[in-house]
Write a protein that binds this ligand. Structure first.
Ligand code: MCN
Ligand code: CUN
Length: 796
């Protein structure tokens, strides 16, 4: 006889529990950085460079100082007196906080004004006179590599060109041999354009230095508060325990809020100098022009193929444009993030990747935007290459993938680049996707439509993504190992407080973390408060990005619950007057093995922990856990899109989109579906409409929401989601794999492949994203590839 609780009823694993945080968000009761007002608070605005590359010959701020209400004007020279003109980046480079010698991209931070209100500060910025001596501008990595290119980072010793790194991985000679044996070599070259995460809330901070306590409190929009605390301690040489970083509610991060930005540093220094709170809230243009650019990489590769469709080897070269400072976060060991996870889901015997990174006169780029460290580029190239190779072989797209996907019995599967894929049912996902979209039927429809001059197309994208950095052997940022943590405190009445080292930005952690506690302890999720983002209270963790929260912090939550349960078992034994060995557990309750009717609930154990503990047992019911995962998690996804292209205009419409995601055990199926829909929307936006680039003078074109469209429900097509296939992660304590980025990673190639399929027969191999109507039209009418690489034509 069992009295176990109904897991779904208590909001445990698998419950589509409504998001508890939404109660405050939809009422306008969120607490974002800009909602915080401290007594005596001043406001900071940033003066940005209008030029992309220029020597600064003079900065005269005297007119700004004279404006009533101005408290402080910060310039690079003043920062330099405190050794803060430059700061370290998360990629072992340096970045100018405020420019001293040169400006190196349009929008670079040149000076800051701190005033009574933001309007005075903005006016005073305009009263600062800066004299620039323009220098030649470099806006592409190819130009940066030229012999006579101006050296952008002449501040660095031993930097005689613009090369940042030249990195390679894999087996070059073995790959050469595979190509010699190939029946056919398929080649593709493309540019994954710059894109911007553009969360609705821009970046910002409020620094509050209190001289009397020596404590520095910073409220800020960061996805990784503990990394910021460590960086502030090391750079500003402040004692770590005197620094408190609070990440309040965040209005979307998407990777934009991982790096450290000059605005944060300047607000901190200003608060220390003025001994008053200083708020900096970035405006939309500032956000779009200067922070967190992603992608901007040229990809070029080849597949060695056997006539029957088997892939024999893969070769790939990347040329990445990092802008003026190499500032993105990535595991120290890997210069181009996890780009070498490419082709992981296919059984490729041998492969080689060579990566180069260059400085250019653009804002720092290469942050992972909804992408576990460059995985978006890796999977995009993989799936575009698969599409081209199937066509070159004259093979069916689905069949070519089916032949090469890693088979179920091959797990664990080691990729040629050394990743260990531990589980999956790849073919089952593909077959489900094909069935859902009505593959054979659509192919017939497509042929029929062709006869009438209509262009229909279908695009497939299948991929497995490495999520959840890390394991500490391989993954660290600036030497800090990538583990994570959880702390659980069960109160006397059985309610609980859970804290983790992650920091959600809208993913629903407050909802799903409670569900893990419900699953492990039988404490209803509604009885659990979840807190993240305050370094004075949260246990040390590496934050939320790379879809690592469920794989790492989520695992830590399960582990801390198990520690708490182990103690509760002792309390149960005491209450039931039997020995611990005679006790069994079922959800929410311990009972005597020989007499299942005799039991105590987890709540009764909690009460006993404070009121009736056995002799020798420490009072209280709480614990913490630090979790270092043995491997990444490897979710799999299959995205299939059908489109119709209008040959007269190049406009394309999505007819249908099917998504099959296997992210292991789903904690909250509704939240998982929300994550997938959001990711697919971003994928659609990147492939269809989002355009932000640079002209030959380095002017950022498209840093506004007219050119860089954020699709609303109106523009976004419908998606059909499938979650029937579940392959639990073999090492994660609750079998969950990450999912937060999958759809944004795998989605873009499905859209582009569909359009390419629709225009098959034109001889066009590639159109660079975004597939704007004029580009598609040009491809159809001119019958050539269309590149989107900057500089854009500046004749318009
Ligand atoms: N989840 C689940 N079952 C699983 C996996 C995940 O129920 N098997 C739930 C999780 O509990 C969590 C959500 O899905 O509530 C996402 O989990 P996870 O995949 O672990 O990703 P993270 O929480 O680490 O979120 C990071 C990821 C990243 S890196 C970007 S970028 C992105 C994304 O999340 N930014 C987002 N989704 C976002 N969604 C919103 N609303 N806002 C952002 O800024
Ligand atoms: Cu990869 S963007 Mo998310 O890691 O914050």
């Amino acid at each position: 006889m069992t009295q176990a609780l109904d897991e779904i009823k208590i909001g445990g694993m698998g419950a589509s529990r409504k998001r508890v945080e939404d109660s405050r968000f939809i009422r306008g009761k969120g607490n974002y950085t800009d909602d915080i007002h401290l007594p005596g608070m001043l406001h900071m605005e940033i003066l940005r460079s209008p030029l992309a590359h220029a020597r600064i010959t003079k900065i005269d701020a005297s007119r700004a100082w004279d404006i009533p209400g101005v408290h402080l004007v910060l310039t690079g020279d003043m920062m330099a007196t405190r050794n803060l003109a430059w700061m370290p980046t998360l990629s072992y480079d340096t970045q100018a906080v405020l420019a001293t010698d040169k400006v190196r991209f349009q929008g670079q931070e040149v000076a800051c004004v701190i005033a009574d209100d933001p309007y005075i500060a903005k006016d005073a910025c305009e009263a600062i006179d800066v004299e620039y001596e323009p220098l030649p501008v470099v806006v592409s990595p190819q130009a940066a590599a030229a012999e006579d290119a101006p050296v952008i980072r002449d501040d660095k010793e031993n930097q005689d060109g613009n090369l940042i790194y030249n990195w390679e991985v894999g087996d070059a000679e073995g790959t050469d041999r595979a190509f010699e044996e190939a029946d056919l070599v398929s080649r593709l070259q493309l540019h994954y354009p710059r894109s911007h995460p553009s969360p609705i809330e821009c970046c910002g901070s409020i620094a509050d230095f209190n001289r009397s306590t020596s404590k520095l409190t910073v409220y800020m929009t960061t996805q990784a508060p503990h990394i910021i605390r460590a960086a502030v301690a090391l750079v500003a040489e402040l004692p770590e325990h005197m620094i408190r970083i609070i990440s309040p509610d965040i209005g979307g991060g998407f990777g934009n809020k991982v790096p450290i930005y000059p605005g944060y540093v300047c607000s901190i220094l200003a608060s220390i100098l003025l001994e008053r709170p200083v708020k900096w809230i970035e405006d939309k243009t500032g956000n779009l022009i200067s922070t967190g650019f992603a992608r901007d990489v040229y990809l070029d590769g080849e597949l060695a193929l056997r006539r029957d469709g088997k892939i024999l080897g893969m070769r790939m070269r990347t040329l990445a444009d990092h802008g003026a400072f190499f500032a993105d976060a990535q595991p120290s060991k890997f210069k181009i993030g996890l780009m070498h996870s490419t082709f992981g889901c296919y059984d490729v015997p041998v492969a080689h990747l060579a990566a180069r990174g260059m400085y250019t006169n653009k804002a720092p780029g290469g942050v992972a935007y909804r992408c576990s460290f460059r995985v978006t580029e890796a999977m995009f190239f993989q799936e575009r290459m698969m599409h081209a190779a199937a066509n070159d072989l004259g093979m069916d797209q689905a069949e070519f993938r089916r032949i090469n996907l890693v088979r179920d019995e091959q797990f664990p599967h080691r990729t040629p680049f050394g990743f260990l894929l531990d589980s999956g049912q790849y073919k089952a996902c593909l077959d489900l996707g094909l069935k859902a979209v009505g593959y054979e039927d659509f192919l017939r429809q497509k042929e029929e439509a062709r006869k009438k001059g209509r262009l229909l197309g279908i695009g497939i994208s299948t991929m497995s993504e490495p999520l959840g950095a890390g394991n500490s052997r391989e993954y660290d940022i600036l030497g800090i190992k990538m583990f994570d943590s959880a702390e659980l405190r069960v109160h006397m009445t059985g309610k609980a407080l859970l804290r983790t080292g992650a920091r959600g930005q809208g993913q629903g952690h407050e909802t799903t973390w409670g569900q893990i506690v419900a699953h492990e302890l039988g404490i209803p999720a509604d009885d659990v408060t979840v807190e993240e983002g305050d370094t004075d209270t949260a246990p040390f963790g590496m934050g939320t990005y790379a879809s690592r929260s469920t794989p790492v912090a989520g695992a830590a939550i399960a582990m801390v619950c198990r520690k708490v349960r182990a103690k509760a078992r002792k309390l149960a034994a005491h209450l039931l007057e039997v020995s611990e060995e005679d006790i069994e557990w079922e959800l929410g309750r311990f009972y005597v093995r020989s007499a299942p009717d005799r039991g105590v609930t987890i709540q009764e154990c909690a009460m006993a922990a404070y009121s009736n503990m056995p002799d020798g047992l420490e009072p209280g019911l709480e614990n913490n856990a630090y979790y270092d995962p043995p491997n990444l998690t490897w979710p799999f996804a299959c995205y299939i899109v059908t489109v119709e292209v209008d040959p007269e205009t190049g406009v394309w419409d999505v007819l249908n989109m099917v998504a099959v995601d296997d992210c292991g055990v789903r904690i909250n199926p509704m939240i998982v579906e929300g994550q997938i829909m959001g990711g697919l929307t971003e994928a659609y936006a990147m492939s269809n409409m989002q355009f932000i680039t640079f002209d030959a003078d380095g002017n950022c074109i498209g840093a506004n929401y007219m050119d860089y469209m954020l699709p609303t429900a109106w523009e976004t097509p419908g998606f059909e989601l499938h979650g029937e296939i579940v392959t639990p992660s073999p090492h994660h304590p609750i079998g969950a794999k990450g999912v937060g980025e999958c759809a944004a990673v795998g989605g873009p190639a499905a859209f582009v492949n569909a359009v390419m399929d629709a225009i098959a027969g034109t001889g066009v191999r590639n159109i660079d994203m975004p597939l704007l109507p004029d580009r598609v039209w040009e491809a159809i009418t001119e019958r050539h590839d269309v590149s989107g690489a900057p500089p854009v034509r500046s004749d318009g």
